[in-house]
Design a binder for this molecule. Structure first.
Ligand SMILES: Cc1ncc(C[n+]2csc(CCOP(=O)(O)OP(=O)(O)O)c2C)c(N)n1
Ligand SMILES: [Mg+2]
Length: 549
């Protein structure tokens, strides 16, 4: 057996079931070996799409995924998606062939590319190919997670593989925090009158365990529950759930957060998005942070208590101490009055607004609320970047954290469509809704061909303002010329039909009949909704983004 074959087999032995990619000469054999060993291969139109599909698949399934690319240009095409995955700590292994000599047209300095976007790097050897694959998979799946580029030099791929024993994937057993650290957290929890827990991306790695442990501890301490956008949905259905802390926070959530006397961040770094540049946490509030990665502690703001440990383990250890010390169950601010307020005001749908629908353009809020009503709750919502992004993030309910895929760690536009394909492959039992801007849609439109080929029941909603709206709203108020960021109004429905999708143009709520008809039908192809939206309004969450430039 040669190394290419050994690598493909070892990858599957490590638990990889889905490989996304574009096949060229350098990854032909390794990809076929993975398929022969039982993996499903999803062929994308572009490596950028393949990378985002793998990323979306891994996020939504919670499983390690693999990306397979051709050497050189296949890798550079995939880089933006790999950067997003690396920054999000998505467990992903990139099968990356390497030209053997620097004189090859395909040569790039692969280790440098990986380092440049924050991904890990390993290179296989003939003697220990399977062990290298195992090590890459272990690095990807343990601790906080990692995206790992696995270099596969072409000459090494052709060599006979030594050391064929394939080790089983080891169990990760991160610690539950040191005793003094647990004692310090218990101390602030026991003293708090108005605590809030904010769970972040770190809590979504084992969402059920995190939810259960955090809810139990919050109940004992009388804490309210919030999330960063990356963990949206984690506490769905909990009566004390305030939804997102940050730019997308409801007025009620913002009010309660600023009134907290203790904020505990669980797998969240409390970055500028989660705290509105710090404004959501009052200066007098005690702040504690729990994270599996020591490098994450205190990275964005000073914290009073910092604990390195696995979230559910730390939460359970704190609860045990409280129970053992017989610290009385505290209602905190869990009063019947506040519970009723959260039920009445805790969602964006409860916040009144004046509908701007007119002159053949639909108000994006009205559009999104109508979609929320039409689409079954068993859904996965995937969001691209742009001015539009708050509407689906705020008005579309999600069933849990796997139901919300938010690829914003690199703040790239154009990743959402392919991420949604990966999400749809991961959860065929749920309806995947991709929410995109027209700019991001056109940047990634080639992957419609993949969605049609896979016959994915994907609802693709394009908030079409015929512009890079974010830039229009960023620079327009300062009187700058906007010709470079506005386009002619394009018939995206016609483009989508050309790919074989079902399509509809929506200018008013009545046009959404097309969506209900598609939902009722066989759903044997994607539906693209070209929503001509009212474009006069800059979104308030973008003001936060402009501050962060
Ligand atoms: C790859 C990439 N290119 C450019 C940008 C800068 N950028 C941020 S938002 C945006 C406009 C996006 O337009 P669209 O997808 O139509 O969404 P809208 O803002 O109009 O809602 C641009 C160009 C970016 N973030 N990523
Ligand atoms: Mg736009």
């Amino acid at each position: 057996m040669n190394v290419a074959e050994a690598v493909g087999r070892a990858l599957v032995a490590q638990g990889v079931t889905h490989v996304f990619g574009v096949v060229g000469s350098g990854n032909f054999h390794v990809t076929n070996a993975a398929i022969a060993a039982g993996a499903r291969f999803i062929a994308a139109a572009h490596e950028g799409g393949a990378a985002s599909m793998a990323d979306g698949y891994a996020r939504v399934s919670g499983q390690l995924a693999a990306l397979s690319v051709h050497q050189g240009p296949g890798m550079t095409n995939a880089l933006t998606g790999i950067a997003e995955a690396a920054k999000s700590r998505t467990p992903l292994v990139v099968l990356a062939p390497e030209a053997t000599t620097a004189r090859s047209n395909f040569f790039v300095e692969l280790a440098g590319l990986a380092a440049a976007v924050g991904a890990g790097f390993r290179r296989v050897t003939a003697a220990h190919a399977a062990a290298e694959v195992a090590a890459a998979c272990r690095a990807a799946t343990t601790g906080a997670g990692q995206t790992v580029v696995l270099g596969l030099p072409l000459d090494v791929q052709a060599m006979p593989a030594g050391g064929l024993a394939i080790a089983a994937p080891p169990d990760a057993a991160p610690g539950a925090g040191s005793e003094p650290a647990i004692a310090a957290l218990v101390e602030v929890l026991a003293g708090a009158r108005r605590p809030v827990f904010i769970a972040g991306r770190g809590a979504t790695r084992s969402p059920l365990a995190a939810r259960q442990a955090l809810c139990a501890l919050a109940e004992r301490c009388g804490a309210l529950l919030a999330v960063s956008a990356a963990a949206r949905g984690l506490f769905a259905g909990e009566p004390w759930y305030l939804d997102v802390s940050g730019g997308f926070a409801t007025p009620l959530t913002a009010e309660l957060l600023t009134g907290a006397d203790l904020v505990v961040a669980w797998g969240s770094t409390l970055n500028m998005w989660t705290t509105r540049h710090g404004r959501l946490i009052s200066p007098a509030t005690t702040v504690a942070q729990v994270d599996v990665s020591p490098a994450a502690l205190g990275v964005h703001r000073a914290v009073d208590v910092a604990i390195c440990g696995e979230l559910a383990g730390v939460a359970t250890a704190c609860l045990d101490v409280l129970v053992r010390r017989d610290v009385a169950r505290r209602p905190g601010w869990r009063t019947p009055e506040l519970r009723a307020r959260i039920a009445a005001e805790g969602s964006w749908r409860a916040v009144p607004y004046a509908d701007d629908t007119a002159d053949g353009r639909i108000d994006p809020r009205t559009l999104t609320i109508a979609l929320d009503d039409a689409v079954p709750v068993a859904r996965t919502v995937v969001i691209d970047s742009g001015n539009f992004m708050g509407y689906p993030s705020m008005f579309l309910a999600v069933p849990d954290s796997a139901g919300f895929c938010f690829t914003q760690a690199f703040q790239s536009i154009g990743l959402g469509l392919a991420s949604a394909l990966g999400a749809a492959v991961a959860r065929p039992d749920r309806l995947t809704v991709a929410a995109l801007g027209d700019g991001g849609f056109l940047m990634s439109v080639a992957e419609l061909t993949t969605a049609v080929r896979l016959a994915l029941p994907l609802l693709i909603v394009v908030y079409n303002d015929a512009a890079y709206g974010a830039e229009v709203h960023h620079f327009g108020p300062h009187g700058h010329p906007l010709d470079t960021v506005r386009f002619p109004d394009t018939d995206l429905a016609a483009i989508a039909r050309g790919f074989g999708c079902a399509a509809a143009t929506v200018r008013a709520p009545t046009d959404l009949r097309a969506v209900t008809e598609w939902l009722a039908g066989p759903r044997d192809r994607p539906l693209v909704v070209d929503a001509k939206i009212v474009a006069s309004r800059a979104s308030w969450w973008l003001e936060e983004a402009f501050r962060g430039h």
